[in-house]
Design a protein around this ligand. Structure first.
Ligand code: KG4
Ligand code: ZN
Length: 339
């Protein structure tokens, strides 16, 4: 099969990501170059992502980033065979920037354009690591918007085993962090603070831990953290690290136990972790230990590819084309799917 050069554009939320990935026969595609611009500083003043500002900043960044990536890879725009973009889920206005630019490039180059599901990007991102997984595997997808366990038998063959019925794991981190006054995004800040805290200091709920299915619920945890914070009153400042550690322990325990249950249920011996919360150190340590004990191998994306990026979008498109899940003539479409 011919090698395809895929340009990927991610603009679903607060990171503009652009990347070039090339297929090499039937093997795992190769990352040629990628560039990222994070809007975190811009949104920090507002305590969260402001959608209108996000869209405008994507417009400012996407073409310079594209040029940077082409330059770093030493490739010309005209060498690109397929343009891929994040079709959703995400913020509608932000998604439209990536979709608009991708479709304009495709039209100008006379090349097909492929809309990629953001979560499929996360899901496949561990294939860009030095130790890529093999199908089939169980995937734990933990991002700011989703918490899902999936059985993955191949590219495009995904079976949902369970998911959060309310807040996502990343939301639980972010919202708890916010009410502890840790700013945005709260996940990394909370986990950093937790390193100096006692995880057994506060008893917090482990929702649905014994539900007998693979669903999650994190909304109650945030409320319990709020109640605890109020109870502490002016002692909160002194006990913040303990509360952070206890909160992280509650989230991590549920994620680990349910992942193991999914592995037992499917009989699979491989776990892939993806999405922003997959960067969490405590989650990685505890998953590694628990999986080692039952002879399961765990694969993670490289740390810098855990959170949103263009590489995973280019990769997902490349792997779909390789798998024959999509062919060039089918793929031209200009739309976004925010939900
Ligand atoms: O996958 P992602 O970049 O964006 C979405 O698609 O949602 O994930 C972002 C989420 C945020 O909730 C952020 O707080 C969380 O991932 N996150 C972390 C860590 N790094 C990012 N949560 C806990 N510990 C971390 N180290
Ligand atoms: Zn994401």
């Amino acid at each position: 099969t011919e090698n395809l050069l895929v340009l990927g554009i991610e603009s679903s939320c607060d990171e503009t990501g652009v990347a070039l990935v090339e297929t090499r026969g039937p093997g795992v595609p190769v990352l040629c170059a990628h560039a990222l611009h994070s809007q975190i500083e811009m949104h920090q003043a507002y305590g969260g992502v402001v959608p209108e500002l996000a869209s405008r900043d994507h417009i400012r960044r996407v073409l310079p980033l594209t040029q940077k990536v082409l330059g770093e890879a030493g490739r010309a725009l005209t060498e690109v065979d397929v343009v891929a973009y994040t079709r959703g889920p995400g913020l509608a206005g932000a998604l439209l920037v990536g979709a608009g630019v991708a479709c304009a490039l495709g039209a100008a180059l006379g090349k097909p354009v492929l809309g990629v599901h953001h979560l499929e990007g996360h899901l496949l991102s561990p294939f860009l690591s030095l130790d890529p997984p093999q199908f089939p595997f169980v995937a734990l997808l933990v991002s700011g918007g989703h918490t899902q366990l999936m059985r993955v038998d191949g590219v495009g063959h995904y079976e949902l085993l369970g998911e959060s019925i309310d807040d996502a794991a990343g939301e639980a981190f972010d919202k708890s962090a916010k009410l502890m006054g840790l700013g945005y995004p709260g996940g990394p800040a909370l986990s950093k603070l937790a390193e100096h805290g006692d995880a057994a200091a506060f008893k917090l709920p482990r929702p649905l831990l014994h539900s007998g299915n693979l669903d999650f619920s994190f909304a109650g945890l945030k409320t319990a953290v709020l109640v605890q914070a109020k109870k502490l009153g002016d002692q909160l400042e002194a006990r913040k690290a303990d509360l952070a550690a206890s909160t992280q322990a509650a989230i991590v325990e549920v994620l680990v136990k349910k992942s193991l249950a999914a592995l037992r249920q499917t009989g699979l011996k491989r776990l892939v972790v993806a999405g922003g919360v997959g960067a969490n150190r405590s989650l990685r340590l505890q998953l590694d230990a628990a999986c080692f004990a039952v002879g399961v191998r765990v694969h993670y994306p490289e740390l810098h590819l855990c959170t949103d990026n263009g590489a995973m979008i280019a990769l997902a498109a490349a792997m779909r084309l390789q798998a024959g899940q999509q062919t060039a003539s089918e793929v031209y479409a200009f739309d976004v799917k925010p939900r």
